[in-house]
Structures are given as C-alpha cells and as structure tokens.
Design a protein. Sequence first.
Length: 145
Amino acid sequence: MTIIRAAGHAAAFAAAALAAIAALPAQAAQPVTGRWATVDGKAIVNIAPCGQQLCGRIEKIVKPTPGRPQTDIKNPDPALRSKPLVGLALLSGFSDDGDLWKGTIYDPESGKSYTSKVSRNANGTLKVQGCIAFFCKTQTWTPVR
C-alpha cells in the first residue's frame, strides 16, 4: 500500500514540475537595435523597429567598392537598380524567435535575398547569418558608437 501511495506522490510531483516549467515565460532574444559596422567595416547598418518588426538599413558606405556605382546595380528588378545603396534595407521582417531574431537579409553584392538569423554574441558583437535551407554563411558585425 505504501508503494502505491509513494508512486502516486511521485506522479503528482512530476506533473506539478512539468506544469511549472510550462508556465515559465519564453526567453526573449537579446536586443539587436543600434548601429553596426558590417564585416570588414564596409558599411554602417542601422537596425531599428519598422512596424511590429525590425529592419536594418544602410546608413553609410564606409569603404566603397572601387569602380562600382553606389546604387543597387545587382537588384533582380531593373527598375530598382538605380536606387542608392544608402537607405537600402539589408535586413527586413525580423521578429523575436526566442533566443534570436529571424527575418530576411538582402545581399546587394549578388542581388539575392536569404532567410536570416541574427543574435548577440557574449562579447557584444552581432552574429548575422544568411541561409539557404540548412547551409548558412555567418558574418560578425561590430557595434558603432
């Protein structure tokens, strides 16, 4: 009889523990808003709210590519190829997905868009990934003061 009673108490304890874990709030992603220098310091991107999501626009071209116009010449839409790179949205539609942000990243060097994940590293830098299926290319962006 005491074995059955002990098993009942263990089951009740396990159920209570699971309920307590389920009641914990979901972990929010670390903030990523602010000004960031892209890889190799080529550009400064300002990540800020746009509606209910986050977007990142080129604020300044720091190291222009020699011989390349400062417009979106690789855009697949010919009507947008004359659009200036400054002000161009590189990151769009980013929303909090627990421990990171998910959205879309545009690569003006290729004119292609990719699914993207962005998260803060422990040292304060930004981990920026552009992905095709499970294959991701990772860049580290640094904060600009």
